[in-house]
Design a protein around this ligand. Structure first.
Ligand SMILES: N[C@H](CCC[C@H](N)C(=O)O)C(=O)O
Length: 285
């Protein structure tokens, strides 16, 4: 049986969709990492495995390129929803999708499903829900030491853990340097996604992101929601912001009980058929 995957990206954050209903290869942390390897495999910021058809809802499994599992991915769920439409799994314009980080609601905004609005669930700043080590508290503007410097960190769960640091100037170089330390810092029992954030005005922010289990990426959907939530929590912006990232923009809206909505595009790149030699190599891992 040929192993076939589909490549999509959301604002340059690229994913492979692996449908277990069409492939007999079983994914594990080793072969998922090999598939995502940009030299030895296909290269990707992660794998979206599914759909798993449940009684009431479909679900997916999100693999990071280091082989770890992510509870949620914002670009990932937009891409997966586009795949579900492309592959004929869904006819509705609105439905719920189950992730390990909670239920999200998908809404297609155009005919081909390339523009979507996702309700990403409720943000939580509570340490035990992110998680952040130490006594239970909201983790707001806490001085955290990364490397040999203090940074004012506000941490938030979007279903996956985020550490957001407001800065006057942001850059790829800075988030790579900081994120490679913060990802595995002692504060974060389950590691963390790091976003550095520049507030432009009351309805615009810019971020650079270093993802847990993936490193630097051109865009981060849950990261955009996390940064917008932190900017709003700190009173730096209103509840509707455009999040500017190197790969493009996402619109984020936060309602009164911290339910968060993300609107953005995705792009279908290719259907890829793996060689039998590579499939056998993956099967042996
Ligand atoms: N690496 C992240 C998951 C993907 C996040 C990002 N690609 C997104 O679009 O939300 C984690 O381990 O939590």
């Amino acid at each position: 049986m040929k192993t076939v995957v589909e490549r999509y990206h959301g604002l340059g954050n690229d994913y492979l969709v692996f449908d277990p209903n069409k492939n007999d290869l079983k994914l594990n942390r080793e072969n998922a990492a090999m598939l995502c390897n940009r030299n030895l495999g296909l290269g990707s910021d992660g794998i979206l495995e599914g759909p798993f058809i449940g009684e009431k809802h479909m679900s997916l499994k999100i693999w990071n390129p280091d082989g770890s599992i992510a509870e949620k991915s914002g670009n990932g769920v937009r891409i997966f929803a586009k795949y579900l439409k492309d592959a004929g799994y869904v006819q509705k314009k609105k439905y719920h999708l189950q992730t390990d980080g909670g239920m999200v609601e998908i809404a297609y905004l155009n005919e081909d499903g390339s523009r979507l609005r996702i309700s990403m669930g409720k943000l939580s700043f509570w340490s035990d829900e992110i998680p952040v080590a130490g006594e239970r508290r909201e983790v707001i503007n806490e001085d955290m030491v990364f490397g040999n410097m203090f940074y004012p960190a506000t941490c938030v769960s979007v279903g996956n853990p985020h550490c957001v640091i407001p800065m006057d100037e942001i850059s790829e170089e800075l988030v790579r340097r900081l994120g490679s330390v913060s990802e595995t810092a002692r504060y974060f029992p389950e590691r963390v996604n790091t976003e550095i954030m520049k507030v432009i005005d009351n309805s615009n922010i810019a971020i650079e992101t270093f993802e847990r289990g993936a490193g630097y990426t051109m865009a981060n959907g849950t990261g955009a929601c996390a940064a917008a939530g932190v900017a709003y929590k700190l009173g730096l912006t209103g509840n509707k912001v455009i999040v500017h990232m190197p790969g493009g923009d996402l619109q984020v809206e936060i309602d009164d009980d911290w339910e968060t909505y993300m609107t953005g595009d995705v792009f279908y790149v290719a259907k890829i058929s793996l060689s039998s030699e590579f499939t056998e190599k993956l099967r042996a891992l």
